[in-house]
Design a protein around this ligand. Structure first.
Ligand SMILES: [Zn+2]
Ligand SMILES: [Zn+2]
Ligand SMILES: [Zn+2]
Length: 154
């Protein structure tokens, strides 16, 4: 559930985390990667690549799409962001320091996404995969519905 909160804190801590992890892992958080991450963290709603491009073009210079897509690839690879397949858009990762497989609760009304970890669910999926002789390399579950805030609205 996304409670009313100071969203600036989310953005600040996400950017700080990303910087720390990049320093630890010797990765380069270039200005464009930082900018893309910051734009994705503007809210808890998924951001489409198209909107990122439009917003980046509003700044002093026009970013070329391949540059932006490469930044997205980098951020995805290192799990600073996730791609929400059912929305064809990106969301900032809330657990980038210690990442496990996550589930995403997507509110159909306010469009906000909450990343959660149901470890039991992952265990069941792993057991089922074993039974099937299937080797999963990514477990990504998207659950659509109504968030607690929207459920309260008359
Ligand atoms: Zn927030
Ligand atoms: Zn995550
Ligand atoms: Zn909602």
């Amino acid at each position: 559930m996304i409670k009313p909160h100071q969203h600036k804190d989310c953005v600040d801590s996400a950017l700080l985390h990303a910087q720390q992890i990049c320093t630890q892992k010797n990765l380069k958080l270039t200005p464009i990667r930082t900018k893309v991450l910051e734009l994705i963290w503007q809210s808890h709603k998924p951001t489409k690549a198209y909107d990122l491009l439009a917003q980046l073009s509003n700044h002093n210079h026009l970013e070329k799409p391949p540059t932006v897509y490469r930044a997205l690839e980098f951020l995805l690879k290192h799990r600073f962001i996730h791609r929400i397949e059912s929305c064809n858009a990106y969301i900032g990762c809330e657990y980038s320091d210690e990442h496990h497989d996550s589930q995403f609760f997507i509110c159909n009304q306010c469009e906000q996404v909450k990343e959660v970890r149901a470890s039991k669910l992952n265990q069941i999926l792993l057991e089922t995969s074993n039974k099937e002789g299937f080797t999963p390399n990514m477990t990504h579950v998207e659950i659509h519905g109504t968030c607690a805030q929207c459920a309260k609205k008359p």
